[in-house]
Design a protein around this ligand. Structure first.
Ligand SMILES: [Zn+2]
Length: 126
């Protein structure tokens, strides 16, 4: 399975990360299976989200009834593009593909993870 994310989706998520800095930013990712690939089409910011320097209510935002929800994106203002211990636990509970963007929030500062924190490659597509 290849993971692809639309350029518009990742750029809007990264713009959110920059705007929220020095707080964390989070959004949900919607997409679909296309053959063997998972294509992330757009981002979704659920209502009622509050950001802080250390996100704690992440799990509540994984709303299971959102159609096409395939993962999450959140930022790490501390510049480390790796799951924290808490992230790893949440990822393993929620499944899907979870992106982390580290400050300064470019595409190259972004990594994708599956399971409890296994890094996977992803491609940005038009
Ligand atoms: Zn995190």
């Amino acid at each position: 399975m290849a993971i692809k994310i639309r350029k518009n989706a990742i750029l809007s998520a990264l713009a959110g990360a920059k705007a929220a800095y020095p707080n964390e930013f989070i959004c949900l990712l919607r997409g679909k299976r296309v053959g063997e690939d998972l294509v992330i089409e757009d981002t979704l910011i659920p209502p009622g989200i509050m950001t802080s320097k250390t996100m704690t209510s992440f799990s509540d935002w994984m709303l299971p009834w959102i159609e096409g929800l395939v993962g999450t994106f959140h930022s790490h203002p501390n510049g480390v593009a790796r799951p924290s211990r808490q992230d790893g636990w949440l990822f393993s509970q929620k499944g899907g593909v979870n992106f982390i963007a580290a400050e300064p929030f470019g595409v190259k500062d972004t990594a994708a993870f599956i399971g409890s924190g296994k890094k996977v490659e992803f491609a940005v597509v038009d």
